[in-house]
Design a protein around this ligand. Structure first.
Ligand SMILES: [Zn+2]
Length: 295
């Protein structure tokens, strides 16, 4: 009996030891998980969400300001100012694709400052197309010129929409792979065309297109090259454009919230298949849209 009890005791101890070890290990795991969650929680709370600084042609310069009221200009154009979650104000300058490398000047309250632009070797695409497709027909020139003027007016709009709202990264306006990157240097019959001023997102006809951020619809229409298009003003010279749409679900003057459906993917205008062409423009410079979506 005594022997049995001893055996029972030793069995209990033998079982208890691994159990204790498991218990300790679980505590350790839980503690580690807890501390990690505390760290990542703290990170999201104080994280300085901003567009990605990328001082290349087609990129942006994100510059901290000493004062919210600082007046910032670049090439004579007013610049977008945005607050982060810690109430620090930043100037975000859109750098045109045509910008030469080297020092470039900007002004704060009339005083000259500068930053340097690095080179970026954008990919090249060489296409052979029938001559009649490489140049627009003569009877469409007037229409194309009018559309170009309307687009310019939209891209040079400077409004107070979203002013004082802290920066929120953009949502991707469509779901699908990027079939053509921003900045792609295009050659038709070895003739240099304008580089790709946005990104193409491949998606089936009829897929939803959403607004990437809050804004106001300032231009819609059926354009010769771009097909059914929408321009959204997000304030202070930040404008986005959506092209080749099958259907528009909003109209001029409408206010949109981030995530609202604005239309459907299509293949209207001069395109070979359904996709969304998405342009982001800042101080009338077309810039890499992914600098606003990735963080
Ligand atoms: Zn495109």
């Amino acid at each position: 009996m005594k022997e049995n009890q001893r055996n029972l005791k030793s069995i209990k101890l033998e079982m208890a030891l691994p159990l204790l070890t498991i218990f300790h290990a679980s505590i350790l795991v839980l503690f580690t998980l807890f501390s990690f969650s505390m760290i990542s929680h703290a990170d999201t709370e104080n994280e300085t969400l901003l567009p990605i600084d990328s001082r290349i042609p087609g990129g942006i310069a994100v510059i901290p300001l000493k004062d919210k009221t600082d007046n910032v200009s670049f090439k004579g154009k007013k610049v977008w100012k945005v607050n982060d979650r810690n109430d620090q104000t930043w100037a975000v300058i859109g750098i045109p694709l045509s910008q030469k490398v080297g020092q470039v000047e900007y002004k704060i309250n009339g005083k000259d400052f500068s930053f340097s632009i690095k080179d970026k070797a954008y990919r090249e695409q060489h296409l052979t197309v029938k001559r009649k497709h490489s140049n627009p027909p003569a009877d469409q020139i007037k229409r194309i010129q009018k559309e170009s003027r309307l687009s310019k007016t939209a891209f040079t709009t400077f409004s107070n929409i979203n002013k004082n709202k802290p920066y929120e990264p953009f949502l991707l306006p469509a779901k699908g792979p990027i079939s053509s990157p921003f900045g792609l240097k295009r050659f038709f019959n070895e003739q240099a065309r304008r580089p790709h001023s946005g990104i193409d997102i491949a998606a089936p006809r009829g897929s939803n297109i959403i607004a990437p951020a809050d804004g106001e619809v300032i231009l819609t229409g059926e354009f010769f090259f771009n097909g059914n298009s929408i321009f959204i003003d997000h304030g202070q010279g930040l404008i986005t454009m959506y092209c080749h749409m099958d259907q528009l679900d909003i109209a001029m003057g409408d206010t949109v919230k981030a995530g609202d459906v604005i239309g459907k993917v299509g293949s209207t205008g001069r395109v070979t298949g359904p996709h969304l062409h998405w342009t982001v423009s800042l101080n009338n410079s077309r810039i890499e849209p992914l600098l606003f979506t990735e963080n």
